[in-house]
Write a protein that binds this ligand. Structure first.
Ligand code: AMP
Ligand code: ZN
Length: 475
C-alpha cells in the first residue's frame, strides 16, 4: 500500500496522489511573529518537517511554502504597545524563529513569504473577489459575504445557514462556532500601519494573506495544506472560500491538521504559566534532540501531553539508540552470523515505512524500531551479530536518522546526561554487572567523557578540545 493521509475535508483516510507526478506542493501555515514560538507551535512544525522528510524519502520533490504573518491584529497591537514600528518589532521574532528551526533540525522550506511583502498580491485577490460580487464594503473595510460561496463550512463541518445573519467580524480570530462574514480588507484605523492601494488605505485581513501567498508560490490548486487544528475554523475555511470564489477551481486537495500539544493535561496559557518555548526547555537542561524526539513520538492526530517526565523518557530512549550506534561502531562483529536478527531488522524496516505511509504513524514506526533495537542489543551481548547484521543495524539507524531528523551517537552530551549515565554505571557496579558498567564507561568515553574513580567518588571531565572542564561529583 502506498502513502495515505487523513483528509480533514473528506473526513477519510485517502490514498495520496499528487497533481504533478513526482512533485508535492505543500503549504504550511507559519508563525505569527508577535512572540517566541512555543512548543505547541513546534509540535506542528516538527510534524510538518517529518511529513516533508517522509515525502522526500518516498522520492517526491517537495516545494514547501511557510508564510510569516508579520502583520495582523496581534503583531500590530504588540508593536504599538512596545512603541516600535511593526517591522522593528517583528524582526526579533522572525530571527528567533529561524534560529529555533535550525536548533531543532527542521529542514528549510523553499519559500518563507512575509505578508508585508505581498500586499500587492493580496490586493489583486481582493479585487478579483470584489469584481465577482463576493464582497461588500462598510466604512472602508471589505467583507466576504459567506452566503455567496455555497461550499462554506465544508472543511469545518459546520452549517453556515444556521448563523448567516451577515454579522460582520473585524477581528482576525473569532468564535469557532459561528460563521460570519469576515474582513478581507481592513480600513486604515488610528495609528495602525496601512498601505495606500486601489482598495483604499488599509491593510489585509489575516486569512487573505495565506490565500494570496499560497497561490502565488504553489498555483491555484495545490496538493497539501497543513496547520494545527485551531486553524481549521475560521482560518482555513476562509482561505478556501476566498481562493475558490476567486479562481473557480478547487484550492487544495489534502487538508492535514495536527492535534494540539497540551501541558500536564491542560491547555497551554500565559495565565497558567505553562507556555514553554524552546529556549525555556534548553535552559532547564534538555537538548533539542530530546525535545524533537518527544514532539514526534505521538501520532500527529492525537493530542500530545507534554510533561517533564515524558521528556526524561525521551532522553532514555535516545540513550538506548545512541548505545546501539556506538556499539556497532566499536564492538568488533563476530565471525558468524545471526539470521534471526537479520530477519527482525528487515521486518522493522518494512514496519517503519509502512507506519509512516499510513498517515505518518510515528508512534508505530518507533515501536518497530525499538523491537529491532532490543534484538540487536541481545545479539551483540551474546556475540552473535556478524558483519552483515552490523551493516543492517547501521542501515536501520540511518533510516531513522533521515526521516526523524536526528543524529544518533553524535549529539553533544549534556551534563545532566553524563550524570545520568554515571548513576547507571554506579548502579550496575553495585549489582556486580561489571560488563554493563564498562560498557557505560566506554559509551561515555566515545563521547569524550573521561571518568576518574577517586576516593571521594567518581569525577568526570570532557576530554575533547579546549573545553575540558571538571564536572560535579558522580553519585
Ligand atoms: P500561530 O503562530 O499562532 O499562528 O501558530 C502557528 C502554528 O502552530 C499553527 O499551525 C497553529 O495551528 C499551531 N499551533 C498553535 N498552538 C498549538 C498547540 N498548542 N499545539 C500544536 N500546534 C499549535
Ligand atoms: Zn495560514
Amino acid at each position: 500500500m502506498g502513502l495515505r493521509f487523513y483528509n480533514t475535508l473528506t473526513r477519510r483516510v485517502e490514498d495520496f496522489v499528487p497533481l504533478r507526478e513526482g512533485e508535492v506542493r505543500l503549504y504550511t501555515c507559519g508563525p505569527t511573529v508577535y512572540d517566541f514560538a512555543h512548543i505547541g507551535n513546534f509540535r506542528t512544525y516538527l510534524w510538518e518537517d517529518l511529513l516533508r522528510r517522509h515525502l522526500e524519502f518516498r522520492g517526491f520533490r517537495v516545494v514547501q511554502v511557510m508564510n510569516l504573518t508579520d502583520v495582523d491584529d496581534k503583531t500590530i497591537a504588540n508593536a504599538l504597545a512596545a512603541g516600535l514600528k511593526l517591522e522593528e518589532y517583528t524582526r526579533r521574532y522572525v530571527d528567533a524563529f529561524f534560529e529555533d528551526l535550525d536548533v531543532l533540525g527542521i529542514e528549510r522550506a523553499e519559500h518563507y513569504p512575509r505578508a508585508t511583502e505581498h500586499v500587492g498580491e493580496m490586493v489583486d485577490l481582493v479585487t478579483r473577489l470584489r469584481q465577482t460580487g463576493h464582497l461588500y464594503e462598510s466604512h472602508g473595510s471589505l467583507y466576504f459575504k459567506i452566503d455567496t460561496f455555497p461550499g462554506y463550512g465544508r472543511l469545518a463541518n459546520i452549517d453556515p445557514a444556521a448563523a448567516a445573519d451577515h454579522a460582520r467580524i473585524d477581528s482576525d480570530e473569532y468564535d469557532k462556532e459561528n460563521p460570519r462574514d469576515f474582513a478581507v480588507w481592513k480600513a486604515r484605523k488610528d495609528d495602525e500601519p496601512y498601505w495606500d492601494t486601489p482598495l483604499g488605505a488599509g491593510r489585509p485581513g489575516w486569512h487573505v494573506e495565506c490565500s494570496a501567498m499560497s497561490m502565488k508560490y504553489l498555483g491555484e490548486t495545490f496538493d497539501i495544506h497543513t496547520g494545527g487544528v485551531d486553524n481549521i475554523f475560521p482560518h482555513h475555511e476562509n482561505e478556501i472560500a476566498q481562493s475558490e470564489a476567486a479562481t473557480g477551481k478547487p484550492f487544495v486537495r489534502y487538508w492535514l491538521h495536527a492535534a494540539h500539544l497540551i501541558v500536564d493535561g491542560e491547555k497551554m496559557s500565559k495565565s497558567r504559566g505553562n507556555v514553554y518555548t524552546l529556549r525555556d526547555l534548553r535552559a532547564r537542561g534538555f537538548n533539542p534532540r530530546e525535545i524533537r524526539y518527544l514532539l514526534l513520538s505521538v501520532h500527529y492526530r492525537k493530542p500530545l501531553n507534554f510533561t517533564f517526565e515524558a521528556l526524561a523518557q525521551s532522553r532514555a530512549a535516545l540513550t538506548r539508540l545512541d548505545d546501539l550506534a556506538f556499539r556497532i561502531e566499536r564492538q568488533p562483529p563476530s565471525a558468524g552470523s545471526d539470521p534471526a536478527l537479520r530477519a527482525s531488522l528487515a521486518e522493522a524496516r518494512a514496519g517503519i515505512l509502512e507506519s509512516l505511509d499510513a498517515d505518518l504513524n510515528t508512534a508505530g514506526a518507533m515501536g518497530h524500531l525499538f523491537d529491532a533495537v532490543r534484538e540487536a542489543h541481545s545479539s551483540l551481548d551474546a556475540g552473535r551479530a556478524g558483519s552483515e547484521e552490523v551493516a543492517a543495524v547501521r542501515d536501520l539507524l540511518a533510516l531513522f536518522e533521515r526521516v526523524f531528523g536526528m543524529r544518533l551517537g553524535q549529539e553533544e552530551i549534556l551534563d545532566a546526561e553524563v550524570e545520568d549515565l554515571i548513576r547507571r554505571r554506579t548502579e550496575a557496579r553495585a549489582r556486580r554487572e561489571y560488563a554493563e558498567a564498562d560498557r557505560i564507561r566506554d559509551l561515555l568515553g566515545a563521547r569524550g567523557i573521561v571518568l576518574e574513580d577517586t576516593p571521594q567518588g567518581i569525577r568526570w571531565k570532557r576530554a575533547l578540545g579546549a573545553g575540558t572542564r571538571t564536572g560535579p561529583q558522580g553519585a
